[in-house]
Design a protein around this ligand. Sequence first.
Ligand code: IMP
Ligand code: MG
Length: 194
Amino acid sequence: MPKATNYQPKSRRKAAESVRTLIPRAQIQKRIVEMAQEIRRDFPTEHLHLVGVLKGSVFFLADLARQITGQLSLDFIAVSSYGSKTHSSGEVKLTRDLDSSIEGKTVIVVEDILDTGMTLQYLLRVFEQRKPRRLRVAVLLDKPERRLAKVRADYVGFTIPNEFVVGYGLDYSERYRNLADVGVLTLGTKIKKS
Ligand code: IMP
Ligand code: MG
C-alpha cells in the first residue's frame, strides 16, 4: 500500500506570479528621448558606437539608438551572471564577444539595469583594455541600494527601489522580456485546490 503523504505533489502547485507596473511605457519612451539628447549633447559631432549587453538591453538599445541623431553604429556582447534566479551569483562570464574592435571609438555601453554592478565592473575592465577613445555607460534602470562594485552609469533612465523588475527586455527565467512596461515581479506559490 502506498505511504500516506501530507504534502501536495509538485504537479498540484501553481506559481502565483504577478507583475505590478512600475514604469509605464509612455514614461520609458519619454525618458529615452531625453537620454538620447543628453548623449548627443555630450558628443555633438562624434560617431557613437553603441554596445548592447545581451539580452536585456535589446529593446532599450533599439529605442535609444533611434532617438540619437547623427552617425552611430551598433555591436553586442553577452555575459551571464544570473542563471534563472532572482539573485546574482556575483560571477560574470563572457559568452559572446563583440564583432569588431572598439579601439579609438567613442563607446556607449548600453545595459538594462545596474544592480550589484558586478557585470558592469567586469565589462568596463574588458573594454578599457581595448583602448576606446571614450567609454560611457547608459542604463535604463539603476538600483543603487544593491551596489557591491564601485561603478556608476553616466546616463540613467530611472533610479528604482530594491525590487526585482521585469519587462522591456528584463526577464525572470527568460520570461516577461516582451512586456512594454517595466513592472515589479512578485513570486508566490499557491497550492492548487483539487
Ligand atoms: P549586476 O551585475 O548585479 O549589476 O546585474 C546586472 C544584470 O543582472 C542585469 O543586466 C540583469 O540581467 C540582471 N538583473 C539585475 N537586477 C534585475 C532585475 O531586477 N530584474 C531582472 N534582471 C535583473
Ligand atoms: Mg542583462
